[in-house]
Write a protein that binds this ligand. Structure first.
Ligand code: FES
Length: 201
């Protein structure tokens, strides 16, 4: 897992759009006024979504001020969790789970394919300018190992062939559909899901 880098080119200012400001107010209603800093994580996530999937330092400062908390505390949260990107990522952002269950099932081969097809290093934008990748810890889909997350979607039960096809589809801006690549239904055991498919065929 790479150490998080802060983007070298930072916008001077950040503010939430009108629509997102309304979402901020809704989020804040979930917390007592004295504990409003607990909203730091959803606000960081909202800032990331507004800003092409990465969080500039100006957004952390804005959030710190809005939640009346020290900037360094917001910075600590943003740099700790892998779900926050602190530098631009590709339009198709690929997160490869390399925690033990996925690793035992071939995640190292997925990393190799990312290096060969997307970019040699994590967080490097691909030659075509539309993809980047990184290694992450468990994404909570161990039962479908190995797996990757692309933006908001999970691609599961992968092998080298299916991973390569998915990566090529992303490079060509025609993403294949997410889900299990062994034809399983959700996380059902393979045999049952095949029987279920037969029933509806
Ligand atoms: S170990 Fe990969 S999803 Fe849990």
């Amino acid at each position: 897992m790479s150490i998080k880098k802060i983007h070298t080119s930072q916008p001077k200012e950040f503010k939430f759009s009108g629509e997102n400001m309304r979402k901020v107010e809704q989020i804040l209603k979930k917390y007592p006024e004295k504990n409003k800093k607990s909203a730091v994580m959803p606000l960081l996530y909202l800032a990331q979504r507004q800003n092409d999937n990465w969080i500039p330092l100006a957004a952390m400062k804005f959030i710190a001020k809005h939640l009346s908390m020290p900037y360094i505390s917001v910075y600590e949260v943003a740099t700790f969790y892998s779900m926050y990107n602190l530098e631009p990522v590709g339009k198709h952002f690929i997160q490869v789970c390399t925690t033990t269950p996925c690793l035992l099932r071939g995640a190292d081969k997925i990393v190799k394919l990312c290096k060969e097809n997307i970019s040699p290093n994590e967080h490097e934008i691909s030659k075509k300018g539309n993809c980047s990748w990184t290694e992450v810890e468990c994404l909570g889909a161990c039962v479908s190992a190995p797996m990757i997350q692309v933006n908001d979607n999970y691609y599961e039960d992968l092998d080298e062939k299916s991973t390569k096809e998915i990566l090529i589809s992303l490079i060509n801006d025609k993403p294949l559909k997410p889900g299990s690549y062994r034809g399983r239904k959700n996380t059902a055991p393979e045999k049952i899901s095949i029987n279920e498919e037969d029933k509806h065929a």
